[in-house]
Write a protein that binds this ligand. Structure first.
Ligand code: PEP
Length: 288
């Protein structure tokens, strides 16, 4: 499985000339990369400009609305994004939650994105206060349960859902989560996402799960020094990069730092009476 490196440009850059410059620099810098998949999520207004700058970089959006079309002034339909060449869409980023986006709205957005055949990147994460109070797992579980409520039970849909663990206290602060702490969260999320998503998967007559487990990403002050540790030590299948993705040279270094060798394998097995998951990293097995 190739790690997925997603660049969230947020509300940057301000001019189209800067956008082209940044995009082309990244494109040239990573043209020989074979072992990572790179996605860039620019502001909506630049999507069509970037669509025509051919490259092996995939396109994503930073948000979408939950309706396909109609009288919704200022909103962007997932179908529009799909038609513009987007493959991914970030949903539920903490910066949007802070502006009033609720789990109910996020749930509707995920359903709409999946229906439009976009791959949603669902962001979840605890605040600094919640972490201090030891509520990290509780917060993450509640967010996942509410954000994924009543999703249709079709693994071919659901397997395209990506979950990004983005501790709010780590976003844009330079205080990244220690890989050891991130790994505990990873194992927890793997277990919960397995219960919430893969348990709704379809299984063949031998009880083998037809879909692979969902990708889990880490995001929060990722840079070229710490990037590889989230994949090699904490087992995540990719990264969501904000601030550092606006510096072409730094972002290129992040992508290049991802060593392809010890990539996590996720297996999901089903059997009557039980289901287990295993993650392998450098010969170590973790069961849950
Ligand atoms: C983000 O915005 O999703 C993010 C992770 O930001 P940063 O890398 O700047 O912390």
């Amino acid at each position: 499985m190739k790690p997925l490196i997603v660049a969230n440009w947020k509300m940057n850059p301000i001019t189209l000339a800067e956008v082209k410059n940044l995009f082309n620099s990244v494109k040239n810098g990573i043209k020989n990369i074979k072992n990572a998949k790179v996605v860039i999520c620019p502001p909506f207004v630049y999507l069509s400009n970037i669509q025509y700058l051919k490259s092996n970089i995939k396109l994503g959006a930073q948000d979408c609305f939950w309706e396909g079309k109609g009288a919704f002034t200022g909103e962007i339909s997932p179908l529009m994004l799909k038609n513009l060449g987007c493959e991914y869409v970030i949903v539920g980023h903490s910066e949007r939650r802070k502006l009033g986006e609720t789990d109910e709205m996020i749930n509707k957005k995920i359903k709409a994105a999946l229906s439009a055949k976009l791959k949603p990147i669902l962001c979840i994460g605890e605040t600094g206060e919640e972490r201090k109070q030891g509520k990290t797992f509780k917060v993450l579980k509640n967010q996942l349960k509410n954000d994924l409520k009543y999703l249709i039970s079709n693994i071919y849909y659901l397997k395209s859902l990506i979950i990004a663990y983005e501790p709010v206290w780590a976003i844009g602060t330079g205080n990244s989560c220690e890989p050891r702490e991130a790994k505990k969260v990873y194992l927890f999320l793997r277990k919960i996402s397995h219960q919430l998503i893969n348990s709704r998967a379809s299984y063949n007559s031998e009880g083998i799960c037809s879909g692979s487990a969902n990708k889990l990403l880490y995001g929060g002050s990722v840079n070229s020094e710490n990037a590889a540790s989230y994949i090699q030590e904490a087992n995540f299948q990719g990264l969501l990069v904000g601030g550092a993705s606006l510096n072409a040279q730094e972002f290129i270094k992040i992508v290049k730092s991802i060593d392809p060798a010890p990539i996590l394998q996720n297996n999901c097995f089903a059997a009557h009476g039980g289901r287990i998951g295993q993650s392998r990293l450098a010969g170590q097995y973790y069961s849950y």
